[in-house]
Write a protein that binds this ligand. Structure first.
Ligand SMILES: Nc1ncnc2c1ncn2[C@@H]1O[C@H](COP(=O)(O)OP(=O)(O)OP(=O)(O)O)[C@@H](O)[C@H]1O
Ligand SMILES: [Mg+2]
Length: 146
């Protein structure tokens, strides 16, 4: 698959436009005719990561990098960061605000969902340092010609 790099901005607490960056990523993958099951996994990770930046984090961006054999997704934000990453990864753990809960977020399942759908996930974060979530997806090698 051809190599490609793109970035999409994320604006903290902008619930009107929240999710649009993930829709852009999804439409790029669809245009590339990537396997729908793989697109779905990537889209879930992208959306959960984007919403976490909008709800808990700060302004930032989604970086999409597609190479021959892998796709990398980085979701960066300059928000307050995560104090205890291991605890944040626990299913059901959430610090979502009342406002976010009223919109249906705050089950504490986003990071778990990302972990389950990516081939690899890594979180870099510390209080006051923002958050960077990177996820990798293996891409199938193109079918050999005759
Ligand atoms: N980008 C971020 N910046 C700061 N804290 C974060 C960020 N992403 C996640 N967290 C912390 O990790 C917790 C768990 O995140 P997770 O996505 O699993 O659940 P949630 O966002 O609270 O709820 P859900 O995703 O189910 O709506 C959050 O409640 C928050 O405390
Ligand atoms: Mg979440």
């Amino acid at each position: 698959m051809a190599s490609l790099q793109k970035s999409f901005p994320i604006v903290a607490r902008d619930f009107v436009h929240a999710g649009e960056a993930s829709i852009h990523v999804q439409s790029i993958l669809k245009a590339m005719r990537m396997d729908p099951a793989l697109i779905r996994r990537i889209a879930i990770c992208c959306y959960e990561g984007e919403m976490n930046a909008v709800i808990h984090g700060g302004n930032g961006q989604i970086l999409l990098a597609i190479e021959a054999d892998q796709l990398n997704l980085a979701i960066n934000d300059d928000g307050p960061g995560i104090e205890d990453i291991e605890r944040a990864m626990q299913p059901g753990y959430s610090t979502a605000s009342e406002e976010a809960r009223e919109m249906g977020f705050g089950a504490g399942m986003g990071l778990t969902n990302m972990k389950n759908n990516a081939d690899a996930i890594h979180i870099d974060s510390a209080p006051g340092q923002g958050t960077r979530v990177t996820m990798r997806f293996a891409l199938p090698s193109p079918a050999e010609g005759p």
